[in-house]
Design a protein around this ligand. Structure first.
Ligand code: F6P
Length: 535
């Protein structure tokens, strides 16, 4: 592997001074040659410095991917630090067999999906109802993967929401529960407690709070609760009837779980038929990932572009910039998916990684981001590779002039990033505005755009449940490919544990426990906070 990385480093060093724009002069078909399309989804990576040789070398890095991909789909225990299979793909598979330890898991998956469908239909039709009548509102209580998937998809699929209104409580901050519950009628509110482990302190604290809120008005609050978990014993202890519990197996990672029972609140909102379309989109991406040659594979090429920018060029972050306001929570969703998966510093064997395994991921929908942080993207001293997402058609035909403006902005940004504006062009601009001499020179320098800043654009026709499924599965597989290349385990998350343990230990300090043995900073902060709380 070291030789392959060295070859890429050498190629990068040889070509570092080259302008991306010039690559289009050398290859008239560059836009087509450096794009991949599958099932109506196109990834254009022509506005990067990747040339044919870089792509060839990057594809060499991905040589192990097909075998590792097959091992994942076949249910092998590829999550070695937790000794588990990784089979979120089974949640969206149409049929089996999908074997884990020789046993087909599909009958259970399909049976649970059917139970979810029946439950959702009965809630949506009013046959299952609250003390005060048909459910008007659903509150999903969960955090991380038990929140971000459903909340992201609920925003994205707003045009398909025709069931009870969806609300999400995730943060242990009581403000989250208080603000969400304000205005809701406990008698017509259904609560879904979503937690893979059913031990997560935030979720269990919020679930208790919401149960108390409901208990003040509803005679049997447990009847208005459903649960989604792998821990059936704990859901029963919480008092939720087994009929309302939807289980899943430990081979579904939290951040990969929106496709199954964790998606229950989404299904309640958009209905089983639309949820099935979402699954079909994910399945289409699975089929593509399993069959397309690496250089024609959306997940592989998206991953290789990411590897080129982060591990080869050394750019520390990447921005995800959806030009679709309904994808407002996609950057947050991808932060968990990508950083919880690949934010690792040891390889599968426990050796230190030779290069950082994954970048900082951040973003915001356009055009809002343009009026906030794009200044840095265009003129900051650091390079931020940008991943634009453009949707050709909006769901509001009467507002198509908005859509055209939105798309024009998206195209303008990637073009401006690539071409920039030279000092001579800036001087000419200032001269045209009547400036001369020192004044012109000074002002012109502030108007230079270095350009040559890389970006990709992912283009879809419409943001439908199917397309959303494709996009989410695309990013899942991208993370997988990057993880394989970096030799890490993308499916554990030990890095979240220490903070959880310390939070449990530090809790008593806010109830007056002795500060002996704490570090100096923690002591000082606790004293300040105690004083501010009047303790
Ligand atoms: O933050 C760590 C984590 O374990 C995530 O991986 C997971 O999505 C989240 O907490 C919630 O966990 P659970 O679904 O078990 O409540």
């Amino acid at each position: 592997m070291t030789d392959r990385w060295n070859a890429l480093d050498a190629h990068r060093a040889r070509t570092a001074g080259r302008r991306i724009a010039d690559l289009f002069d050398e290859d008239a078909d560059r836009a087509r040659d450096f794009s991949v399309t599958a099932d109506g989804l196109t990834l254009d990576y022509s506005k990067t410095a990747i040339d044919a040789e870089a792509r060839r070398l990057l594809l060499d890095l991905a040589a192990e991917v097909p075998a590792r991909r097959d091992a994942m789909f076949e249910g092998q225990r590829i999550n070695r630090t937790e000794d588990r299979a990784v089979l979120h793909t089974a949640l969206r598979a149409a049929a089996g067999p999908v074997l884990v330890d020789g046993r087909d898991v599909m009958p259970d998956v399909l049976e649970t999906l059917d139970r979810m469908r029946r439950f959702a239909e009965q809630v949506r039709s009013g046959r299952i109802r609250g003390q005060g009548g048909p459910y008007t509102d659903v509150v999903n209580i969960g955090i991380g993967g038990s929140d971000l998937g459903p909340v992201m998809a609920a925003h994205a699929l707003a045009p398909w929401m025709d069931g009870p209104r969806l609300h999400f409580i995730s943060n242990v901050d009581g403000a989250d529960a208080a603000d969400t519950l304000k205005g809701l009628d406990p008698e017509t509110t259904l609560v879904v407690v979503a937690s893979k482990t059913f031990t997560t302190i935030e979720t269990m604290t919020n679930a208790e709070t919401v149960r108390r809120w409901m208990g003040a008005r509803v005679r049997h609050p447990a009847d208005q609760f459903a649960a989604v978990s792998t821990a059936m014993g704990r859901t029963a202890q919480f008092g939720i009837d087994a009929d309302r519990v939807f289980g899943f197996a430990d081979w579904v990672g939290g951040r990969y779980s929106v496709w199954g029972p964790i998606g229950l609140s989404l299904m309640l909102g958009i209905g089983p038929a639309r949820f099935d379309e979402f699954l079909a989109g994910g399945r289409a991406m699975d089929d593509h990932f399993r069959t397309a040659p690496p250089d024609a594979s959306l997940p592989v090429m998206l991953a290789l572009v990411g590897i080129w920018h982060h591990q080869v060029c050394g750019y520390p972050t990447r921005a995800v910039l959806p030009y679709a306001n309904r994808l407002i929570r996609l950057p947050a969703y991808l932060q968990q998916l990508e950083m919880e998966s690949n934010g690792k510093c040891v390889t599968m064997d426990g050796a230190p990684v030779e290069r950082p395994a994954g970048p900082v991921v951040w973003g915001e929908p356009g055009t809002n981001g343009q009026h906030a942080f794009y200044q840095l993207i265009h003129q900051g001293a650091q390079v931020v590779p940008c991943e634009f997402i453009a949707i050709a058609r909006g769901e509001e035909p009467e507002l198509d002039h908005h859509q055209r403006l939105l798309i024009a902005n998206c195209l303008a940004q990637s073009k401006a990033l690539m071409l920039g504006r030279s000092l001579d062009e800036a001087r000419a601009l200032m001269a045209g505005r009547g400036l001369a001499g020192d004044d012109l020179e000074r002002q012109a320098r502030h108007r230079v755009f270095p350009g040559n800043r890389p970006s990709t654009t992912l283009v879809a026709g419409r943001l439908t449940p199917f397309t959303l499924g494709q996009i989410v599965a695309l990013y899942e597989h991208r993370v997988f490919v990057e993880g394989v290349i970096m030799g890490i385990n993308s499916f554990d998350q030990w890095g979240v544990e220490l903070g959880k343990e310390l939070a449990l230990q530090l809790g008593p300090l806010l109830e007056g426990a002795d500060l002996d043995g704490q570090d100096g900073s923690t002591v000082a902060l606790v004293e300040t906070i105690r004083a501010l709380r009047g303790q």
